[in-house]
Design a protein around this ligand. Structure first.
Ligand code: GH3
Ligand code: MG
Ligand code: MG
Ligand code: MG
Ligand code: MG
Length: 313
């Protein structure tokens, strides 16, 4: 919190600069029926770099939130004409989880129970009016810090450390959802495995092996469309779910991926380059995600047995 820092220390300036840069990407919504109260909170938030939106009542706040996914911080008054702050918090919390949106209730009321009611309705925090600038900034800052921490933990839990691709756990979570959501349009499951990868490790060492895995992951990432789900499945194995492709389109696109990996020059730290190839097993339809993965794996085995560096359906 800012209170711990002496405002003239270099650490404080570095800390502040980092926050200003971070806050530029965060939209905050101030909801208050008093124009003066909105203006005060808005000027504070702008001072610390936030992109600020305002609403004078609950209904307009709901509309602003619905059309602005960048809103990560909501500061709402309690007493407002129409919907009060508690009802607004309850309705917004039903749609936006704590890991995405922080909510701070504000009121000039002396009621002790109001703070608890705000928290029970889903607020993260509370500010008594009139608030001090220092307390306002500390509460906003700590709530945004928490959102950032949750984001970091989420990344650590769902991303593969070496390649940045979704990891195996995330792949199954999302993949099962994609499978049940895509019944009509269908989806394709592809398993990729680097050919003779042991040879790369044995010849150049484990570090170069890691660089090769990162290079293949980069090719898979560039290949994947926004609606696809690529993942690092295991050591040198990758998996890709691609919805909405015909059989011909899927095979042609995976063939392009295979060729692009074969054509990728992988630079080594000593200036040399290596290349690797992958074998790809493809399943075009199935009864469940796990059935499709078994079939893709069986095709991958056939691709390996038929000479590697090929796509097998
Ligand atoms: P094939 O063409 O049949 O797939 O041959 P392969 O040598 O690629 O076969 P295999 O699957 O047996 O070998 C994979 C090797 O990948 C074994 C393991 O030591 C290595 N490996 C697994 N994870 C990593 C990693 O994160 N980094 C590196 N450098 N190597 C890894
Ligand atoms: Mg009011
Ligand atoms: Mg393997
Ligand atoms: Mg292999
Ligand atoms: Mg296998």
């Amino acid at each position: 919190c800012v209170l711990k820092n002496t405002p003239d220390s270099v650490d404080y300036l570095v800390w502040l600069a980092r926050r200003l840069e971070r806050n530029r990407h965060i939209a905050a919504l101030v909801v208050d029926d008093s124009q003066a109260a909105r203006a005060l909170a808005t000027s504070m938030l702008k001072l610390y770099g936030f992109d600020v939106l305002e609403a004078a009542d609950g209904e307009s706040a709901l509309r602003v939130i619905a059309s602005n996914p960048r809103v990560r911080m909501l500061i709402t008054d309690f007493e407002m004409p129409g919907m009060n702050g508690l009802e607004l918090v309850r309705r917004i919390r039903a749609l936006h989880a704590r890991d995405h949106l922080a909510i701070i209730g504000v009121s000039g009321s002396d009621s002790q129970s109001l703070v608890a009611q705000f928290l029970k309705n889903g607020a993260n925090d509370f500010l008594h009016k009139p608030w001090s600038r220092e307390e306002f900034f500390c509460r906003v800052s700590q709530n945004v810090d928490n959102l950032e921490l949750i984001g970091t933990l989420h990344d650590l839990a769902t991303r593969d450390f070496l390649t940045g691709l979704p990891n195996r756990r995330h792949f199954f979570d999302r993949g099962v959802q994609m499978f049940s959501g895509a019944r009509k349009q269908g989806l394709v499951v592809a398993m990729l495995d680097i050919d003779h990868f042991k040879h790369v490790n044995d010849t150049y060492g484990h570090d170069v092996g890691d660089i090769a895995i990162q290079a293949v992951a980069g090719a898979v990432t560039r290949h994947a469309r926004a609606q696809d789900l690529p993942a690092r499945f295991g050591g040198e194995e990758f998996v890709l779910i691609a919805p909405g492709l015909s059989a011909d389109e899927a095979v042609a696109s995976l063939e392009r991926l295979r060729a692009s990996i074969e054509a990728t020059c992988i630079p080594l730290p000593d200036g040399r380059h290596i290349t690797v190839t992958v074998s790809i097993g493809v399943c075009l339809s199935g009864e469940s995600l796990s059935a499709m993965m078994s079939e893709a794996d069986r095709c991958l085995y056939v691709a390996k047995a038929s000479g590697r560096n090929r796509v097998e359906v």
